[in-house]
Structures are given as structure tokens and as C-alpha cells.
Design a protein around this ligand. Structure first.
Ligand code: ATP
Ligand code: MG
Length: 444
């Protein structure tokens, strides 16, 4: 197999004369050196056509027997799918070429020819998950991961612009935040701890010092529900603010979702198109979002789901039905207390409900944000704990937050993957995370 031996790699790898594919395409003419990978190859008497890619894009590369040395032509012939290579040549505008230009090669330097790439024909979902470490190179994964990174960045930018501070929370915790049924247990020096389901309790502790904070970290949930929107490990973007109540929180989340959606539309139109989302769809994600109380939405949902009663949870199926005809997210407020963790603040006007807001993405996607006002007096929080049959003793430190200088506060949790899946209009949450963790999958 011809390949550069590392000691013969005479070209310096930080050589600034290598040009990213996107810049070659934009220039459309001139001499360039490029480095990257072979995506496809086609032989045609005396010429070899490659689709060549790097992180910035892909372009057609032509190796013409009449224009390169015999040796280089032979080397080009040995390149195969996913071989890595340097090419040098002349860019020429060509309307027929994808990207509007192609590179006519004068020299070929294989870096690593490799073996036959395992992903050739079998593109079944299971197979692609087995070879996810290689499938990450595909155009589709590349596009989804670029949008994901953009969404993450847009979230950070939004929080920074609002004057919020970033905090970091532990992943090992001593108790449940969201309820005991989805906890992962981990041995811890002869004791047991759990993987965190949410930074909620810690986030609340921070606001008495920093007032307005955000964090983004993995949350772990032993979700037995095999839906298209549940991972066992997901990236949880959370925010918590002192002196904030429900109406202000809803406005904040709304502005944030609009801002992230518009950022994705402007920065990633090609990625979105490739994934099946018309970027123009996202223009409709503007203020205000329609708001419904849980009671209202329940009435509407009863048409399709006659068994729903006050207190029924809205799961994936119900939310899909509720949101399928909307073109931007909706806000559902005032869920029954029994459906929300104990730290949600009871609604003074209707004690059966709490002051919370879920943001449901349109087109059937469903919940992307769960947020709300928090219990802030000691009586309130202990009352809710007792109602949920929790032992306040297990939450002593958390109760201290209400013993000393308690203030009203609110916050939310947003699933980075849920938001990205909807923005990209993808059918399954695992398409927006490099190495998805689900009930059945933790390899590679
Ligand atoms: P669901 O009812 O869909 O399981 P949840 O009510 O358990 O969601 P929260 O506890 O409010 O969700 O978590 C906040 C956000 O974190 C959710 O709105 C969602 O975007 C995200 N999220 C929650 N669980 C998961 C999961 N298993 N996989 C991916 N994202 C999740
Ligand atoms: Mg859940």
C-alpha cells in the first residue's frame, strides 16, 4: 500500500499553503494545495474523478493521465474511499461541478491509503450505529454536528449577552432530582452515589451568590422509554435566576429560542437543507409563541386521546399530536403539581397546579424546555416534599437555601439534542450526537 511514511512527510503539516476546500471553491481559479480525504472515486479512460473532502466542504478533483507523472497517476489509481491525500493543482470554474469549480491535479501525495472502507452499501440504521466512529465522516453527520456546535455556541452567546455567569456542577450526586425511577447508581468507595439527572439543586445554590447563572453538562437518565427523543445521557443546558418569576421566565425562553433558531438559519443554511429542513421554515420562529394552560391543552388533546384526565402526563405521543400543526414552539403552563418535581412552586391561584412552563417544539417534536418558578419559602418546599412523600431530611443542604435569605427565583432546563433535532427536522435524537447512549447502545 503506497503511503507516506511519517519520516518522509516532508511537507510541514502546518504549512499555510494548504487551502481549505471551501476557499478553493470560492476562489474558482488559481493554484492550490489541499489535504483531506477521498469521498468517492470514478475512473473514466485516462482520467480519475474524485469527490474530495475536508472539514470545510467537498469538491471534484480530476487527475488526468496526460497531465501528471506516470507515478502519480498510478498512486491516484490506488486511492480509495476514505484514503487521506494531498493534491496540488489548478482550480477551474466549471458549472457542472458541485460547488462550481474543480481542481485539476498536477501532483498526488497519498498520506494513508488504508483498507477498503467498511461503509459501502449497507446503510441500515443499526449498522451505521455500529460504525458510528467512521460514519461521523459522512456529509450527513458532519452537517448535523456543525449545527449542533452552532446551537451550543448560540446558547452560550445568548446567556453571556444577558449577563449570566457560567457554572459547573458535579456529575456524582447523592440523591434524585427528577424522581428515583431514572437514576443510574454508581459504586463510590464502598458507598453508592448516582449520576446526576439535572443540576437543579446546585443551580439554585449558586443564585444566592451570582444571581444569574447557566451551565451546560451531561445529565443521565435511566429512561426505559424507547422513544425518538430520549437518550440516557444528554447535554442539558440550564439556567437559573434570582428575582425572576414565571412571566419573565417565559419571555426569556422565548427570546432565547428565537435567537438560536435565527442564528442556525443564518449560519447553517446548507447543512439544514442537506438534512431536510428548509431554512426558510425557521423564519416563522418569531415572537410571540402561543401560550396554553395544561387544562386548556388537555381539553384539546382529549379529542384524540379520550382517556386523558387532569393529572395525566403528556408523553411523546400526546405531544406529537398536540404540536403537529404548529410552525413554531408553543408554551404550556400550569401543569398539575403531581406531574412536576417537588421544587416547582404551587400556583397561589390554583393549588392543584404549579407555576411552570414547558416549551413544545412544533411539527410533532414536543418538549424542548422544562422550566418554572421554584418554591422559595421553607414552608412551601417542605409542603411539596411531603405531598410527594419525600423525606425532607434527605435534602437538608437544599433546605438551607430557604433558611437563609431566600428569594423568588426561576429557571429552566433545555435539551441541546432535542432543540437541534427539531431545528434540523431530523427523525431521531441520536442523529445529532456523535456517540448516542440509549438503553441498548453504549458502543462505540
Ligand atoms: P420528557 O417528559 O420528554 O422525558 P422531562 O419532563 O423528563 O422530559 P425535564 O426533566 O424537564 O424533562 O428536563 C429538561 C429538558 O431536558 C427537557 O425539556 C428535554 O429537552 C431534555 N431532556 C429530558 N430528558 C431527556 C432525555 N432522556 N434525552 C434527551 N433530552 C432530555
Ligand atoms: Mg423524562
Amino acid at each position: 500500500m503506497p503511503q507516506i511514511k511519517p519520516e518522509n512527510l516532508s511537507t510541514r503539516l502546518d504549512d499555510p499553503s494548504f487551502t481549505p476546500v471551501a476557499r478553493v471553491l470560492a476562489a474558482g481559479k488559481g493554484r492550490f494545495k489541499v489535504r483531506g480525504w477521498i469521498k468517492r472515486k470514478r475512473d473514466q479512460k485516462g482520467k480519475i474523478f474524485f469527490v474530495f473532502r475536508d472539514a470545510s466542504g467537498e469538491m471534484q478533483v480530476v487527475v488526468d493521465e496526460a497531465r501528471v507523472s506516470k507515478e502519480d497517476y498510478g498512486l491516484a489509481g490506488k486511492l480509495q474511499m476514505e484514503s487521506s491525500v494531498f493534491f496540488e493543482g489548478e482550480a477551474r470554474a466549471d458549472e457542472r461541478a458541485p460547488g462550481g469549480a474543480e481542481l485539476h491535479v498536477s501532483s498526488v501525495t497519498p498520506v494513508w491509503v488504508g483498507k477498503e472502507f467498511p461503509i459501502q452499501k449497507d446503510l441500515s440504521e443499526d449498522f451505521l450505529l455500529d460504525v458510528r466512529h467512521l460514519w461521523l465522516r459522512s456529509g450527513r453527520m458532519g452537517a448535523a454536528l456543525r449545527v449542533r456546535a452552532g446551537v451550543h455556541q448560540a446558547f452560550r452567546d445568548f446567556m453571556a449577552a444577558k449577563g449570566y455567569r457560567e457554572i459547573h456542577n458535579p456529575s456524582f450526586v447523592s440523591g434524585a432530582v427528577e424522581g428515583g425511577s431514572t437514576l443510574f447508581e454508581v459504586p463510590y468507595f464502598g458507598k453508592k452515589v448516582f449520576l446526576t439527572q439535572s443540576g437543579q439543586f446546585y443551580n439554585e445554590a449558586y443564585v444566592f451568590g451570582l444571581e444569574r447563572i447557566w451551565g451546560i453538562a451531561p445529565s443521565f437518565r435511566a429512561e426505559k422509554s424507547r422513544t425518538r427523543r430520549h437518550l440516557t445521557e444528554f447535554w442539558h443546558a440550564e439556567m437559573e435566576a434570582a428575582w425572576m418569576q414565571l412571566p419573565e421566565l417565559i419571555d426569556f425562553c422565548q427570546e432565547m429560542v428565537v435567537s438560536i433558531a435565527q442564528d442556525a438559519r443564518e449560519k447553517f443554511p446548507n447543512e439544514l437543507k442537506l438534512l431536510g429542513r428548509d431554512p426558510n421554515d425557521l423564519k416563522r420562529v418569531d415572537k410571540p409563541f402561543e401560550r396554553f394552560t395544561y387544562r386548556k391543552i388537555l381539553e384539546a388533546a382529549k379529542e384524540k386521546f379520550p382517556d386523558l384526565r387532569f393529572g395525566s402526563d403528556l408523553g411523546e405521543a400526546e405531544e406529537r399530536e398536540i404540536t403537529k400543526d404548529f410552525t413554531k414552539p408553543i408554551v404550556v403552563t400550569h401543569y398539575p403539581a403531581s406531574l412536576k418535581p417537588f421544587y416547582h412552586r404551587p400556583n397561589p391561584a390554583d393549588e392543584e397546579t404549579v407555576l411552570c412552563c414547558d416549551f413544545l417544539a412544533p411539527e410533532g417534536y414536543g418538549e424542548i424546555i422544562g422550566g418554572g418558578e421554584r418554591c422559595w419559602t421553607l414552608d412551601e418546599v417542605v409542603g411539596r416534599m411531603k405531598a410527594e412523600k419525600l423525606d425532607p431530611k434527605a435534602y437538608e443542604w437544599y433546605l438551607d437555601l430557604r433558611r437563609y435569605g431566600a428569594v423568588p427565583h426561576s429557571g429552566f432546563g433545555l435539551g441541546l439534542e432535542r432543540l437541534t433535532t427539531w431545528l434540523c427536522k431530523l427523525p431521531h435524537i441520536r442523529e445529532v450526537i456523535g456517540f448516542p447512549r440509549t438503553m441498548n447502545r453504549f458502543y462505540p
